[in-house]
Design a binder for this molecule. Sequence first.
Ligand SMILES: *[C@@H]1O[C@H](CO)[C@@H](O)[C@H](O)[C@H]1NC(C)=O
Ligand SMILES: *[C@@H]1O[C@H](CO)[C@@H](O)[C@H](O)[C@H]1NC(C)=O
Ligand SMILES: *[C@@H]1O[C@H](CO)[C@@H](O)[C@H](O)[C@H]1NC(C)=O
Ligand SMILES: *[C@@H]1O[C@H](CO)[C@@H](O)[C@H](O)[C@H]1NC(C)=O
Length: 274
Amino acid sequence: MRIHPLLLLVVIGVKSKGLFDFKTDTLDNFNGGRRLLASGSLRTLTDILRQLKFPIPKVGPASNMYKLKWSAKLEHKAFVYGENKSSFPDLEFQSFKYDGLVGFQWPGVLGEVISKILGPLLPHKVFRDILDSFINILESLLMAIILAVNYPKDLPVADDVNLGATEALFAHRYEIGCYTKIVYSICFMEPSRNGGYLYHFGVPCSNCSTHCEFFEDDNGFIEEGDLCVPPETESNATAALEVKQERIESNGSFCSVFPLMLIALISTCLQKFY
Ligand SMILES: *[C@@H]1O[C@H](CO)[C@@H](O)[C@H](O)[C@H]1NC(C)=O
Ligand SMILES: *[C@@H]1O[C@H](CO)[C@@H](O)[C@H](O)[C@H]1NC(C)=O
Ligand SMILES: *[C@@H]1O[C@H](CO)[C@@H](O)[C@H](O)[C@H]1NC(C)=O
Ligand SMILES: *[C@@H]1O[C@H](CO)[C@@H](O)[C@H](O)[C@H]1NC(C)=O
């Protein structure tokens, strides 16, 4: 593995938050986008823009939008696919087929790396907070653009139409797995396109095979959410996936891992001071 020692330090530096939170953060971002669509919030926005004669499609609300759950199998496929890929994304943001799955590019943890490197250099917490919110806004904007840029103008979409990251908005899909290359990530989902329709139009979570998600509001009341809870069983596409169990070479592994553990420990201690 050719990896620059400095990069390794950076990677380990962000490990406590960046990489270990990568799964939950990524899932939260996708589900946030799906919730916006399902709830009808985007519909209000698109209706206003359409009245101003912007040629954009109506978006949502959706009655059958599942909440996504993480799939270790899909994550593994993304890892195998991404292992030998360039460290920089290809800027056409196409979706692609691989091993019976559909894949696309998504923002990585670059923002977090930048905030981890620049943050400690800033003299005051106020500046660090400004930097973090600035990066946060940029990242959200980037995600919104990536989701919108390939949003289909005509329905139903044919099987060969490139949807880029909009693949993540198919209501009936409920599993996702991604692998981060720092600057960008690669995500995989099962490829079925529901006859070319992203979702079924209607009252949020009124057409689910499961029940609706719940959450607790500020007053502690349990409220019904806009997404359908994902089924517990795997989808047919992921159930069919064979994940080869790669044997971890164990000989001498402690010796090669020990320095990394030390660096991780030191960097974690250092972070406590910031
Ligand atoms: C990636 O590269 C490694 C080493 O060069 C090789 O063993 C592996 O098969 C490659 N993986 C893919 C998916 O091409
Ligand atoms: C539920 O959704 C499916 C497509 O996902 C649609 O064919 C069906 O008509 C919907 N049912 C209702 C009651 O909206
Ligand atoms: C999954 O496979 C089962 C059995 O082969 C089939 O009945 C079902 O329709 C499939 N589901 C989907 C979503 O393709
Ligand atoms: C690990 O050690 C065993 C015996 O100690 C040896 O047979 C095996 O080939 C070693 N594997 C590697 C990858 O070095």
